[in-house]
Design a protein around this ligand. Structure first.
Ligand SMILES: CC(C)(COP(=O)(O)OP(=O)(O)OC[C@H]1O[C@@H](n2cnc3c(N)ncnc32)[C@H](O)[C@@H]1OP(=O)(O)O)[C@@H](O)C(=O)NCCC(=O)NCCS
Length: 241
């Protein structure tokens, strides 16, 4: 029987050794650069210093969640929190699970462990449909039930309030925001992040075989966007109305 352990650390408590392990996990498992990048075909790599600068900046409220299986780092997530319009926003800035441990619910478990600290709104930008499924699942909803109207009405202001530059600068794209679009994207962001989409597109095909996928086509340099209201917020909002 394998021992699976989830642990959460405030950003300031993340040591260099932990970051070195996280950098290794990312560099070996995240993905490769796409055709339109400067180094197509090369693994996307991150060192521990860039991880700290980009994902755990001193000026922001950050945390790190990891899952180990029998003591081995199998997956992790970086989180940034901020407030907007009297709501606490919890944003998943990075999520990666080791190849050998995928498809066992670890991404969903990592995101589920965020609920220990209740926030009002959860968000993620990701090109990987399985990451979107995991985010929706961790909030107790199927991807088919994601309330697109909430995203349409709130995404711009929430992103703009972010202390993380690449989130605030992401351009909202898709029919949800632009009215009409010939690309088939419904709800996403143009981040200019040219990761190779072979793996996410294969995942998209798998998802579309059995489920209704509400976010549309995946475009180069773009990621899907999910901004989800937590049930805790929904309950308190409805009980006071
Ligand atoms: C995306 C990623 C984190 C998913 O990790 P994972 O631990 O394999 O995901 P889980 O096992 O928790 O599954 C998440 C969802 O995807 C589905 N899924 C996962 N693997 C699947 C497969 N092979 N076939 C069909 N569905 C699959 C699960 O059923 C689950 O959906 P559900 O809860 O609605 O049923 C992992 O593939 C990864 O690290 N990819 C590379 C990095 C990346 O793209 N990260 C996201 C950017 S932020």
């Amino acid at each position: 029987m394998k021992q699976v352990q989830y642990e959460t650390f405030p950003g300031a408590k993340v040591t260099d050794d932990m970051l070195a392990e996280a950098a290794n996990l990312f560099s070996e498992n995240y993905g490769i650069w796409g055709e339109q990048s400067l180094t197509p075909g090369k693994r996307i790599r991150l060192g521990k210093r860039r991880l700290r600068d980009q994902y755990l900046p001193d000026h922001a409220a950050t945390s790190y969640v990891r899952v180990t299986v029998d003591g081995t780092l199998a997956g992790n997530a970086f989180i940034c929190r901020w407030r907007h319009d009297d709501r606490s926003i919890c944003w998943i800035t990075q999520l990666v699970v080791h190849r050998n441990y995928r498809g066992r619910g670890l991404a969903s478990g990592l995101l589920g462990s965020l609920l220990m600290h209740p926030d009002d709104v959860y968000g993620i930008m990701s090109s990987h449909p399985f990451a979107c499924l995991a985010a929706a699942r961790s909030l107790g909803m199927g991807i088919e039930k994601v309330p697109l109207n909430f995203i349409k009405d709130n995404a711009e202001a929430i992103l703009k309030a972010s202390p993380v530059p690449y989130i605030g600068e992401a351009k909202l794209r898709g029919t949800l925001f632009e009215g009409s679009s010939s690309t088939g994207l419904v709800c996403g962001v143009d981040t200019g992040f040219f990761v190779d989409h072979k793996e996410p597109l294969e995942a998209l095909e798998i998802v579309r075989e059995t489920r209704q996928w509400p976010l549309g086509n995946l475009l180069d340099g773009h990621e899907y966007l999910l901004v989800l209201q937590s049930k805790h917020r929904f309950r308190s909002a409805t009980s006071t109305s």
